[in-house]
Structure formats: structure tokens, C-alpha cells
Design a protein around this ligand. Structure first.
Ligand code: UGA
Length: 439
């Protein structure tokens, strides 16, 4: 069976490699020639645990092909999965330019019957506009149907999420398309939901917005606990024991980032508004998230005596979450930008994200930001150390050594991963979110 993927980002590359591993002939298309060249050499454009080995194995077995040429991939494919980026525009709307160009190029090379399955996160109802594009370019004799197959993988655990998803959602317009998609996914476990296109598109937006809302709720609870003399860790743990609530996506701190939650919460809000509904819950989710960085900056200033000007600040963790080098919408970048503007000198470290951070314009242009080779490198002569992204390696730091290296033993923990009591006993000043408890 031959299938194609358009877009070699997290979704297209991971899913394509997994289907190739099941023995399908998979063609992954991307307009980026350099990326295709590197993928054919087994070089992965981003850090994702386990992916490089899987890609290399399936390139070697000739099940996985990378190309810039739609003509070699699309004809005879049972399904073409569109996995291109749908980033936000500066006005908060979704940039559909990659999607429209992928659909147009696909349309030109369709042969026989093909399911065009959109995996990118798209505004509800986008198939109407895409249908117009396709009609202009499709050749006589070729037939097609759109499907919506939203993706639920998370970066850092993408392989596991794709192999063992909680559910597979197929938004279709016919039984024929459903059968093609169910057949292609036969090796993958998880409950199948077959529905219409718009319901499938909405499952994605509504799920991401709900998860983001849960995080913002946890952050709000933490902020209240801190002020009301309670301990958010215990409050949220106590709440999560109720099976209807659960503990997942209930970690408070500097808030959510990444290429999905901030964008999707905004986009779902827009979809609601366009359809005549003022979705205030989505707006509050977004605003609460932004507020966490503001509150974190307040904690940093308070920890160093009021102003960060001329202070040396060490920062641990720059990616938007652990186990990825993705820095899109990373809270660390907003924190760094503000601290630089206020005159601080920054020493930053991340296990994998530094090369990407170095390319960010304000970082590149600043003489106030330096990068360390390891976690201890950021501590030297620091007036404060910030924990922003909770990589596992930061959970095993030697605090005796850290105390000797720092100018002042001050820690501001943005993810509450350190043992507050132990650090206080060692003479550290320790600030975090959510702990107003006196005991
Ligand atoms: C998210 C969803 O979890 C995936 O299901 C979805 O497929 C994906 O978006 C997407 O739309 O493509 P991802 O952005 O990779 O996945 O990362 P998450 O693990 O969901 O984390 C998002 C952000 O929330 C991170 O910044 C993380 O630090 C933060 N977070 C997460 C919290 O602050 N607290 C939590 O309890 C959980």
C-alpha cells in the first residue's frame, strides 16, 4: 500500500516513519529541499526521542522516501495526509498559506480515487475553501474526498502517542473514505471515532483548549493558594484524586507554550466569535497563561531585592517543555527578553535547545546573554538561578556545589521541582508558585 505525507514536521515525519515501519510504502513530501536532502541522509531536523533510529531503519529498508516532488508521491497513493504547519498570523488568525499550497499541489497529481486527509489543525469548515482550490486543479478522471484526521501527539513523546493513542478520529463524508482510513490505521490501537469533517476538526480544537484551560485553572488555584495561606501542591493533588478531575495537565508554573496550545486557544476563540459566540472561557485561559510569566518576573525581582539591573541571572531550561528543542512560544524567551530589557546579565543553559535560541533575533543581538555548557555553568557568580523548563537532569543537581558557585544562594523555581524545605535548610532563599502554607 502506498501513502503520502505532505510536510515533514513533527506530525508528518513521525506518522510517516511509523506507517513505513508497518510495511507501507511511504512518501514524505516537503518543499524545503535542504530538509529533504538531510532526511535522505538520515538527519532529523528536530530533536524527538527515538525518531532518528526509526527514520534511518525505514529509509534503509526502502519503505520511507523523502522527496520535493509531488509527481513521484501522490499518484497511486491511497491517501495523502496533509501535515503542514498552520501557524498564527499576527492578528491571531490562522495562516493557511502552507495548507492551500499543499492542497493545490496534491490536486494537480491526483490519479484514481484518493482520500486527502488533513492532519494539520485547521479552522472549522476549511474544506469549503480547499474544495474550491482542488476543483480548479484536479485532472479529469481523478476523484477525491476530504477527510479530517486530527493529530493528538505531543512533542517529546510523539512515537509512543502515535503508536498507542487514546483515540483515532476520522472525519469523513462517505463510508468509502472511512474504510480507506480505518484500513490504513489497522495496526494502531485506540478507540475509533468516525464522524463528519467539522466534528473531527472541532474535537482537536476543543481538546487542546480544554487541556490549556486545565493548566490555567491549576495556575489560578496556585496563585490563590499562595495568597490564601494554602499549598497548591496538596490542593491540586487532593482535587485530582477525584477520577472526574484527574491529575493530568494540572501542573502549575510559568504556563504553557509551544506551537499548539497558545495558537489553538486563540483560534478556537476566533471560530466561536465568527459563529456568534463569545467564548470568554478561552480568553481567560489565554490571559491567565500570559499572567504567569508576569507573576514569575515579579518573583524574580523580589528575590533579588527589587531590580534585576546589573544582576547576573542563571536560567535553566529554554525549550517550551522538556524532551524537545522546540522553542516556539517558550515562556523562557519571554522571560529572557524582559530581563534583558531591564538590564540583567543572563547565563542560560538547556540540554538541546541552545542552538535554536541563539538564532532568535533579540538573543542574537544581545551582549547580555551568554550560554553555558552545563547546568552548573549558569550558576557561577549568579545573583539568582531560575528554573523555567523542568528537564529531568535538573532534578538531580548538586546543591552544595551550586551554593559554592553562586554569588547569592537564590532560587526562583518556575515549575516547583525542587525540595523547598531541603533548600531552605541549606541556606537558599527559595521562591516558587503556589506555596502560601506556613507549615
Ligand atoms: C499538545 C497536546 O498535548 C497534544 O495532544 C496535541 O497533539 C499537540 O499539542 C498539537 O496540537 O499538535 P504539545 O504542544 O507537544 O502537545 O505539548 P504538551 O505536552 O501538551 O505541553 C504544552 C505546554 O503545556 C508545555 O509548555 C507544558 O510545559 C505546559 N504544561 C503541560 C503545563 O504547564 N502544565 C501541565 O500540567 C502540562
Amino acid at each position: 500500500m502506498k501513502i503520502s505525507f505532505v510536510g515533514t514536521g513533527y506530525v508528518g515525519l513521525v506518522t510517516g516513519a511509523i506507517f513505513a515501519d508497518y510495511g507501507y510504502k511511504v512518501h514524505c513530501i516537503d518543499v524545503n529541499e535542504q530538509r529533504i536532502k538531510e532526511l535522505n541522509e538520515g538527519k532529523i531536523p528536530f530533536f524527538e526521542p527515538g525518531l532518528e533510529a526509526l527514520v534511518k531503519k525505514n529509509v534503509a529498508s526502502k519503505n520511507l522516501h523523502f522527496t520535493t516532488d509531488y509527481a513521484t508521491a501522490v499518484p497511486d497513493s491511497q491517501a495523502v495526509f496533509i501535515c503542514v504547519g498552520t501557524p498564527p498570523l499576527s492578528n491571531g488568525e490562522v495562516d493557511l498559506s502552507q495548507l492551500t499550497s499543499a492542497v493545490e499541489m496534491t490536486a494537480k497529481h491526483l490519479k484514481g480515487y484518493t482520500v486527502i486527509a488533513i492532519k494539520s489543525t485547521v479552522p472549522i469548515g476549511v474544506e469549503v475553501m480547499l474544495g474550491e482550490i482542488i476543483k480548479k486543479h484536479v485532472k479529469q478522471g481523478a476523484t477525491y474526498e476530504f477527510a479530517s484526521v486530527p493529530e493528538f501527539l505531543s512533542e517529546g513523546t510523539a512515537l509512543e502517542n502515535t503508536l498507542h493513542p487514546d483515540r483515532l478520529v476520522f472525519g469523513v463524508t462517505s463510508k468509502k473514505a472511512a474504510d480507506v482510513l480505518l484500513g490504513i490505521h489497522k495496526h494502531i490501537s485506540g478507540e475509533r471515532i468516525v464522524t463528519d469533517l467539522r466534528s473531527a476538526q472541532m474535537i482537536k480544537y476543543a481538546s487542546n483548549t480544554f487541556l490549556a484551560m486545565k493548566i490555567s485553572y491549576a495556575n489560578a488555584v496556585a496563585n490563590i493558594a499562595e495568597r490564601a495561606g494554602a499549598n497548591a501542591r496538596d490542593v491540586l493533588y487532593g482535587m485530582g484524586l477525584d477520577k472526574r478531575i484527574g491529575h493530568a495537565f494540572f501542573k502549575y508554573g510559568v504556563g504553557f507554550g509551544g506551537s499548539c496550545f497558545p495558537k489553538d486557544v486563540q483560534a478556537f476563540y476566533d471560530v466561536a466569535l465568527k459563529n456568534g459566540y463569545d467564548f470568554t472561557l478561552a480568553k481567560a485561559t489565554y490571559d491567565t497563561n500570559l499572567q504567569q510569566v508576569t507573576l514569575f518576573l515579579d518573583k524574580i525581582r523580589a528575590a533579588v531585592g527589587g531590580s534585576v539591573e546589573n544582576k547576573t541571572i542563571g536560567i535553566l531550561g529554554l525549550s517550551f517543555k522538556p524532551d524537545t528543542d522546540d522553542i516556539r512560544e517558550a515562556p523562557a524567551l519571554r522571560i529572557m527578553k524582559q530581563l534583558v530589557e531591564e538590564g540583567a546579565k543572563l547565563h542560560a543553559y538547556d540540554p538541546v535547545a541552545i542552538p535554536k535560541v541563539q538564532l532568535v533575533p533579540f538573543v542574537h543581538e544581545s551582549s547580555q546573554i551568554h550560554f553555558a555548557d552545563d547546568a552548573y555553568g549558569v550558576m557561577k557568580d549568579a545573583d539568582a538561578m531560575l528554573l523555567v523548563t523542568e528537564w529531568n537532569e535538573f532534578k538531580e543537581l548538586d546543591f552544595k556545589k551550586i551554593k559554592q558557585l553562586m554569588k547569592k544562594p537564590v532560587i526562583v523555581d518556575g515549575r516547583s521541582i525542587f525540595d523547598a524545605q531541603a533548600l531552605k535548610e541549606m541556606g537558599f532563599s527559595y521562591a516558587q508558585f503556589g506555596n502560601g502554607s506556613k507549615s
